[in-house]
Design a protein around this ligand. Structure first.
Ligand SMILES: [Mn+2]
Length: 408
């Protein structure tokens, strides 16, 4: 048996924060989520998979663009023509009422807001049960675990589909615990929601495939799906398949001596040309701390002119510099959090919560892009980190703290 597990397609993602792009590159970036879906279907056909699982956030918002809907239908039809079933669910971005009128091809099953199980029999007569649910609203705070049945005795394999993240009841994104999933004795858990690929359990596999295409600067590296194959001893083994046509990258060049503006540009361009191979890379450039700039280069950097000049040199290249950053050199001093670290932790955790942010944002949350920016693209921990960074920059406070975690 062989199947594809993908999630978080975000087909109509707006790619905010990119400015000054050449028109051709802008077109390719906007088309990238659809291009990666097309590649996913190419893979499904080439591998002759038995079925495809799409675990939530197919679209970036509850009201999808007509183009994204039409493009999804075209790709689902290709699978339909090859008689490959598709089981899908809606997530916190593309939540749907149960009576939403989708005219999917006959090969597609879309889960409703109540947990249900569909069964299918593969060409090799393997019986597979697939259990899942969709979001009917932006948040799903109740525990869905109780609705999931134990593994069916007459199924060769049972797979759970769950768009959400680990947590406790009351959390917003269908919270679960790994132990709770393991108790169901399923053979595979196909997760969605976290955009960074990760494995929560090896056997049976509990997997986030990550999103199909990075949507913003912090979603770096290769993106794609999991191709899952059964082994002779009845286990299911996932293998990552890269699909994204545009990749976001953090990159630090090798630079040492003091550099003038022109020397820096030449060295950056040369290194980017040799380092950035296909597919197209959107590069967040971090100059090394050891890199010294002459006065004119320093001025050009601080005014953003260096980045513009570098962007102007990308014609026909495989890379686009999104940002040109240097390590912060702010020496700090007057005040320190260190003595009051615990107090800060408590204040931060109590004040900067998703609920408080939601209350403050109020009706702004009716705008999908603000919901994404304010709530879904940032966890409480990331909000706390953001507030701390602002405080640190503004008041030149010092504090040692590890970075934010991945979410969404
Ligand atoms: Mn998502």
């Amino acid at each position: 048996m062989k199947f594809i597990h993908a999630a978080d397609l975000h087909l109509d993602t707006p790619f905010q924060g990119l400015t000054g792009l050449p028109a051709e590159l802008q077109q390719r970036i906007l088309a990238a989520p659809l291009a990666s879906l097309e590649r996913l279907v190419d893979l499904a056909l080439a591998e002759k998979v038995d079925f495809v699982l799409l675990v939530g956030d197919l679209f970036d918002r509850a009201q999808q663009s007509v183009q994204a809907q039409a493009a999804l239908m075209v790709q689902l039809e290709r699978l339909n023509a090859a008689q490959i079933p598709v089981i899908l669910s809606f997530g916190n971005h593309d939540y749907q009422p149960d009576d939403a009128d989708w005219h999917f091809p006959a090969n597609v099953h879309a889960f409703g807001s109540q947990v249900e199980t569909v069964t299918l029999t593969t060409a090799a007569q393997t019986k597979v049960a697939i259990t899942g649910f969709s979001y009917a609203q932006r948040w799903l705070t109740t525990s869905m675990g109780g609705q999931f049945p134990l593994k069916m005795t007459d199924a060769d394999y049972q797979i759970g589909m769950w768009h959400g993240q680990t947590g406790t009841a009351g959390d917003h994104y269908a919270p679960f615990s790994v132990g709770e999933l393991l108790q169901k004795h399923y053979d595979y858990w196909a997760l969605g929601h976290i955009h960074q690929r990760q494995e929560l359990n090896a056997m049976p596999p509990i997997e986030y495939p990550g999103n199909l295409q990075g949507r913003q600067r912090n979603e770096t590296g290769e993106k794609g799906c999991l191709l899952v194959t059964s082994t002779a001893d009845h286990q299911l083994k996932p293998v990552f398949k890269s699909l994204a046509t545009i990749i976001w990258q953090d990159w630090t060049p090798t630079l040492t001596s003091e550099l003038s503006r022109s020397a820096l540009l030449t060295q950056l361009t040369d290194q980017l040309n040799t380092t950035m191979t296909t597919p197209t890379q959107l590069v967040n450039i971090q100059l090394p701390a050891t890199c010294q700039l002459t006065a004119d280069a320093e001025l050009a950097w601080s005014q953003g002119a260096l980045l513009h000049q570098l962007q102007a040199a990308t014609d026909g290249k495989n890379w686009w510099p999104v940002a040109l950053q240097r390590p912060s050199t702010t020496e700090s001093t007057a005040l320190s959090f260190d003595g009051a670290a615990e107090t800060w932790e408590q204040v931060g955790q109590n004040v900067v919560t998703t609920e408080q942010v939601a209350v403050l944002a109020d009706r702004l949350l009716d705008e999908p892009f603000l919901t994404a920016a304010l709530l879904e693209d940032m966890t409480s921990a990331q909000w706390q980190q953001r507030v701390l960074t602002l405080l640190t920059d503004h008041y030149q406070l010092t504090r040692q703290k590890d970075g934010p975690d991945d979410a969404d």
